[in-house]
Design a binder for this molecule. Structure first.
Ligand SMILES: [Zn+2]
Length: 88
């Protein structure tokens, strides 16, 4: 079933990459980054689309100011959790 994609994954990845260096977190290694990524996705509603054109459209709709604020909040909260309980 590779025909559907959760575009929220790409949106979180983009924002996480942009904000990672500024994020207040105890460790900036790749493991902690992936932990923040996974935790953030668990906090956010998935946004599935079926094909490539829907993917571009949905990604754009996830980049509105409101959507970015929601995603950033999830990333910030997840960074706090990973800082408190690092997996290594
Ligand atoms: Zn780390």
């Amino acid at each position: 079933m590779n025909a559907v994609h959760n575009v929220m994954e790409a949106a979180v990845e983009d924002l996480l990459d942009q904000q990672w260096e500024n994020l207040s977190i105890s460790c900036h290694c790749e493991t902690c980054k992936l932990d923040v990524y996974a935790l953030s996705l668990n906090r956010l509603k998935p946004h599935y689309v079926r094909d490539q054109s829907g993917r571009m459209y949905a990604k754009a709709s996830l980049m509105t100011t409101q959507a970015r604020a929601t995603i950033l909040t999830a990333i910030t909260e997840s960074a706090k959790v990973v800082s408190a309980y690092p997996h290594h």
